[in-house]
Ligand binder design. Structure first.
Ligand code: ARG
Ligand code: ASP
Length: 718
């Protein structure tokens, strides 16, 4: 028995054999888990220099930017670098047709020209603590899942409360390994963040959607912001009296470049990965969910881009929305292809079969774990159906801006009703918030009408009558399933898509509320939301919880069996370290890519008159005169971007990429087409992150934008 099991384990270990460079590690555990391996691969720092609670360390210069990206602090006055696409919504927010910063770029020539961006926050981690024991206190195996859940939630609340008491810190607890571990994050959230500089889109977004998720790459995907704090260096709401933040650590910038094979480390906030999914889940994603979402987004994107090309106001209004929708549209496409090429489902199935053998060969293991795969299979066969409904909700119904916008008003209507009944309510406050909504700044009714018609027609085709919200279904039936007819009716009878009418409503809400609550778009949108809230989401969330529970067991079993394997938790928007090396790759038979690109390639890609591939004349002049100064590569060319084998995902954008000494060599901004499936399965031969060479960043700031004064704040290492 014993030997049989050992054999099984051996064959399994071969299946999951060490995939070099895979992993997003917890910085507070480097010392016990990774530091030896990192040093073996070239790192010259101690774990303490990377993460420390007591002393200043690199982590003090790593910022979660705007909730979904990363930035690095590069001066002792709170100056930070992130991606152009991470600053994009801020740049778009400050842009008008007259002052079009998206097109022309923006550079503050001194601090007084830096512009505050409402709602943009910068978060810095103060400390991370293992709170697993505290969170699971009182949770015993015999309790029901619901009971376990409520105890866990109450414990988490208490831990968060205690850790914040009497301080200006914020804190939150997050589960890791599907709830096998919990960590507390104590953070400072800075609310006064100002835009300092951004290159024109022709540079920051050169290559546009065509090059997105692709290598070779040629855009300077960076923008520059500054954190402001109060006089005590603490977070504060925007004020003219605020001063530049003094960080505990400043990232030094290397002008030395790198060679293929050099150690690299990415330090940032990866958003979400699902590396431990079962074959059932991966199959659902690649054969159902991804294809559906891609086809729905494609329709929406075509409509938007056609209108954006017609008119500058629409182009600016939809720029940010378009980029967001286009980004994952393309990512999911790459993911499907990559998973297929890698034969992901078969690989997972093989692993699961061998794993089940190991479990079944040992009576104790069998007792604990034999249900894992049958259970996951059953759960996914139910979950799949709901997941499709949720995909239709998010990518089809709520892709209609008017639906998505008007449904928000239900809170306001409800608060008003409470007020009218004399109950406690937040009506006045909520109303003030609604008045501030900038919906119409990024809205064009004609475009939305086209989207509505297209989405409804997809919905009618794809969702059978019995699965539709009743109100919507009867409306569809009454209109002979004619999406155009429905759309025409909705938009000619609604007030929600009309700025003047909405303002009128908001200015005397109590008087008009009645009228607006019967508005057809509000009525339908709200019925949809209610239907989903009552009939889809509860079961969907219940299934997700069950899946999480089973995944938790699955991981527990894996960690029990592979005692020597180092496991990394899936990304969950918390601080992580990924290490690897500057690395080229071979995308397909007969093709090899180099690990870096240069300015030469920008001129090669130029297409005059094509918005995605036009090159600003000033950049061409700099190219002609070869005035690269200290930013040139050893070969005399100006480096632009490079590829490395760090395991990264969405949220890692803007992350600093360090050399072995902890000096900045670039800013992470993307992954390669062949590797977009790395969120689900990492293939070391194909997965690369794409990094903007910091020398190109400095070159653009200094020689192109003439904002070289900013470099005086930085620590440049020659
Ligand atoms: N693919 C990169 C990431 O996921 C860049 C996205 C922004 N650029 C764009 N062309 N939409 O964020
Ligand atoms: N571009 C992504 C981001 O914005 C990074 C990635 O998905 O690799 O975070």
């Amino acid at each position: 028995m014993k030997t049989k099991n050992t054999l099984f384990i051996l064959s399994l270990i071969i299946t999951i054999s060490i995939r070099a460079d895979e992993g997003m590690w917890l910085p507070q555990l480097l010392n016990s888990m990774n530091i030896k391996d990192m040093k073996k691969n070239g790192l010259k720092l101690t774990a303490e220099q990377i993460y420390s609670v007591n002393k200043s360390s690199m982590k003090d210069a790593i910022v979660q930017f705007g909730g979904g990206c990363t930035a690095e602090i590069v001066s002792n006055q709170g100056l930070m670098i992130t991606n152009h696409h991470c600053g994009y919504s801020a740049i778009a927010y400050h842009s008008t047709v007259q002052k079009d910063y998206l097109t022309n770029g923006f550079w503050a020539m001194n601090k007084s020209e830096e512009v505050y961006t409402p709602n943009l926050v910068a978060t810095i981690i103060n400390r991370i603590e293992d709170v697993t024991a505290k969170v699971l206190k009182g949770v015993t195996p015999t309790l029901t899942e619901i009971k376990k859940d409520s105890i866990t939630k109450a414990n988490i609340k208490q831990i968060e409360k205690e850790s914040m008491a009497g301080t200006h810190y914020e804190s939150f607890v997050r589960p890791f390994f599907y709830g096998n571990e919990y960590y507390l994050f104590v953070v400072e959230t800075f609310k006064d963040v100002r835009m300092v500089g951004a290159p024109p889109s022709a540079i920051g977004k050169f290559g546009g959607e065509t090059d997105n998720w692709m290598w070779p790459r040629h855009n300077a995907d960076f923008s520059v912001f500054r954190i402001y704090a109060n006089k005590d260096n603490k977070p504060a709401e925007y004020s003219q009296d605020n001063v530049p933040y003094t960080p505990k650590h400043v990232v030094p910038i290397s002008l030395k470049g790198y060679n293929e094979g050099d150690f690299t480390m990415v330090y940032g906030f990866p958003g979400r990965t699902q590396e431990y999914l079962s074959s059932f889940a991966v199959d659902m994603i690649m054969t159902e969910s991804d294809p559906l979402k891609v086809s729905l987004r494609e329709k929406r994107l075509n409509i938007m881009s056609e209108d954006m090309r017609k008119n500058d106001t629409i182009r600016l209004a939809y720029a940010n929305k378009y980029a967001g929708v286009a980004n994952y549209y393309k990512k999911w496409m790459g993911e499907m292809l990559g998973l297929k090429k890698y034969d992901a489902v078969t690989k997972k199935q093989l692993f699961e079969k061998q794993f089940a053998n190991v479990i079944n060969a040992d009576p104790i293991m069998k007792g604990k774990y034999e249900n894992i795969f049958p259970q996951l299979q059953k759960l996914y066969s139910d979950y799949k159906i709901l997941n499709k409904q949720v995909d239709y909700y998010n990518e089809c119904l709520m892709a209609i801006d008017a639906f998505n916008y008007s449904r928000n008003y239900s809170t306001l209507f409800n608060e008003l009703k409470k007020k009218q009944k004399g109950l406690t309510n937040t009506f006045d406050k909520t109303l003030e918030e609604y008045k501030k909504l900038g919906f119409f700044k990024n809205y064009n009714k004609t475009t939305d009408i086209k989207i509505c018609e297209a989405m409804l027609s997809e919905y009618i085709k794809g969702v059978p009558s019995g699965n539709r919200p009743i109100v919507l279904d009867s409306f569809i039936i009454a209109n002979n399933s004619d999406a155009k007819k429905i759309t025409d009716f909705l938009y000619s009878n609604t007030s929600f898509v009309d700025k003047a009418k909405t303002e009128l409503m908001l200015n005397d809400f109590e008087k008009y509320a009645n009228l607006y609550e019967r508005d057809p778009i509000y009525y339908i949108a709200n019925a949809i939301v209610k239907h989903y809230a009552a009939s889809v989401f509860p079961q969907f969330q219940y299934d997700e919880r069950e899946i999480t529970e089973t995944q938790k067991l699955y991981l527990q079993a894996q960690r029990e069996i592979f005692k020597d394997k180092k496991f990394y938790p899936d990304a969950n928007s918390t601080l992580r370290v990924a290490y690897g090396k500057v690395n080229s790759y071979k995308p397909k038979d007969g093709v090899e890519y180099k690990h870096y690109t240069t300015l030469d390639g920008i001129l090669e890609k130029e297409i005059v008159g094509d918005e995605e591939f036009s090159v600003p004349s000033k950049l061409k002049e700099l190219f002609k005169s070869k005035d690269y100064g200290r930013y040139a590569n050893k070969d005399g060319k100006l480096p632009v971007a490079f590829t490395a084998s760090n395991h990264t995902t969405g949220g890692n954008s803007g992350s600093p990429v360090f050399n072995s000494k902890g000096e900045l060599i670039g800013t992470n901004f993307d992954r390669n087409w062949e590797g977009t499936m790395s969120d689900i399965m990492y293939n070391p031969n194909q997965c690369r992150n794409i990094v903007l060479d910091v020398r190109y960043t400095l070159f653009i700031i200094d020689k192109f934008a003439g904002a070289g004064y900013l470099l005086n704040e930085m620590k440049l290492v020659k």
